[in-house]
Ligand binder design. Structure first.
Ligand SMILES: Cc1ncc(COP(=O)(O)O)c(C=O)c1O
Length: 435
């Protein structure tokens, strides 16, 4: 039976609609049609359908994990073959071992600790840092998870550096693990002078530097190399958080590809085509502390996600079309998607206001606002998202969007037409050019 937004019990007495049973956070509430929140029922390749049977081109891809596409036949077939081995053993398995061998083949000195979510892996990095340095404070740059010390007093990190919306402090209530003796300092503007100032202001209190690799698209490898060196010099453990980028822009992500040499990297999201898997990777001597730090929980040794990660790698390692491997092909696809949106905005007459750009090689892309008034106007930006949803396109706004290998089947002319219609609709109904 298809579920709509109607009430389970339409009688009086304030019964809940089916949607209302789910406790949402803001990000799970993003997509609406005719004022009603979308409830999804199925995904196939680069598309998802909602409970009313409406199909959308999906550039959210579960916020990044779905790297091959929804219900990919080859992935499902490999995954189901693995399942005969069971899903959880008393400890880690040959499958966990095999996956790390394949992932870390180029990094012979490294080990990996298994988690389900990147928030867990970052919390683990914080603990290792505190054990090594005796200091609980952290310097953060970017969204690094939802646990208290990761998110408390943080910013709208995905906004461009000059956006008026970027610096508004958020999540200021009811958070533990931050305070005078354990500061969670934000490196906001990515200037080395500001980082030096933070390291000096909180001298002796900071044990860990964590950087969201997505923000590398706002600066250069050289600045980041110097940032890592400055933090090391000040005695901090350095962590490159490749949750969005690892397994997406390349097998291991930005730090590895640019040889930045951070002490630890966190990878997550795109490793297992939607199955929950995250890893903390670093040299054996540091990861040997995992035992003393008790870095695991019941589900850390769960096997379905590892099977899914092995299947995902089997597929991505092979050439696709003219690309040498799946990661390169995904970069090509995202670059094409961005150029379609830019062309559609131009054809709709709003090219001076908005366009799109590939991020870090094209595994992700994002909308860019060329007009500062529009950049600071959340309402008009959200109206654009709604117009795109109305044209059957789901993407993220104020956040990078994600492509998958399955998007290589996209009918580009059709995507262009629907995007152009959305930009035109937005331009007339939301007054895109008002300012
Ligand atoms: C850079 C980064 N770090 C950490 C996280 C948290 O990951 P999770 O939602 O798996 O806990 C995210 C999630 O979006 C992220 O983008």
């Amino acid at each position: 039976m298809k579920l709509g937004a109607r009430s389970i019990n339409s009688g009086q007495g304030g019964s809940l609609s089916k949607h209302e049973r789910i406790a949402h956070s803001k990000i799970t509430r993003k997509f609406k049609s005719a004022g009603q929140q979308l409830l999804f029922s199925q995904g196939k390749r680069g598309e998802v359908s909602d409970a009313n049977g409406v199909t959308y081109t999906d550039f959210v891809m579960g916020y990044g994990p779905v790297i091959l596409g929804h219900s990919d036949d080859q992935f499902s077939e490999i995954l189901s073959r693995y399942l005969v081995n069971g899903v959880m053993m008393p400890g880690y398995t040959t499958f966990h071992q095999e996956y790390l061998e394949r992932l870390l083949g180029d990094r012979p000195k490294d080990r990996g600790a298994y988690f389900k979510t990147a928030s867990e892996a970052v919390t683990a990095a914080f603990r290792l840092a505190a054990m090594r340095t005796g200091r609980l404070g952290v310097v953060r740059s970017g969204y690094i998870g939802w646990h208290d010390a990761q998110i408390a007093n943080s910013l709208k990190w995905h906004e461009p550096l000059h956006s008026p919306l970027r610096e508004k402090l958020r999540y200021t209530d009811a958070m533990r693990g931050i305070g005078e003796t354990e500061p969670a300092a934000n490196w906001v503007d990515l200037r080395l002078e500001s980082l030096a100032e933070l390291l000096d202001r909180h001298k002796g209190l900071l044990g860990c530097f964590v950087f969201d690799a997505y923000l590398a698209s706002f600066t250069t490898p050289e600045v980041l190399r110097q940032a890592v060196a400055m933090c090391r010099e000040a005695g901090l453990l350095t962590v490159f958080d490749e949750t969005k980028t690892g397994g997406r822009i390349s097998p291991l992500g930005y730090d590895h590809d640019n040889r930045l040499g951070s002490d630890l990297i966190v990878i997550g999201k795109a490793l297992a085509n939607g199955a929950p898997l995250s890893l903390l990777v670093g040299d054996a001597e540091l990861l040997a502390q995992a035992e003393r730090a008790r870095l695991s929980g019941t589900f850390s040794k769960e096997m379905i996600a590892v099977y899914a990660a092995l299947a995902t790698r089997d597929i991505l390692e092979k050439p696709v079309g003219d690309s040498p491997d799946g990661w390169a092909e995904i970069g090509r696809i995202g670059t094409q998607v961005a150029s379609v949106f830019t062309a559609a905005a131009q054809d709709a007459g709003v090219g001076s206001l908005v366009g799109a750009r590939p991020v870090l090689g094209g595994g992700m892309f994002e909308l860019v606002y060329h007009d500062d008034t529009l950049l600071g106007d959340k309402e008009r930006r959200e109206a654009l998202l709604a117009a795109l949803t109305g044209a059957g396109i789901l993407l993220l706004e104020g956040h990078p969007s994600f492509v998958s290998l399955a998007h290589r089947d996209t009918d580009w002319a059709d995507l262009h037409d629907r995007a152009r219609q959305a930009f035109e609709e937005w331009n007339t109904s939301a007054g895109a050019g008002r300012g």
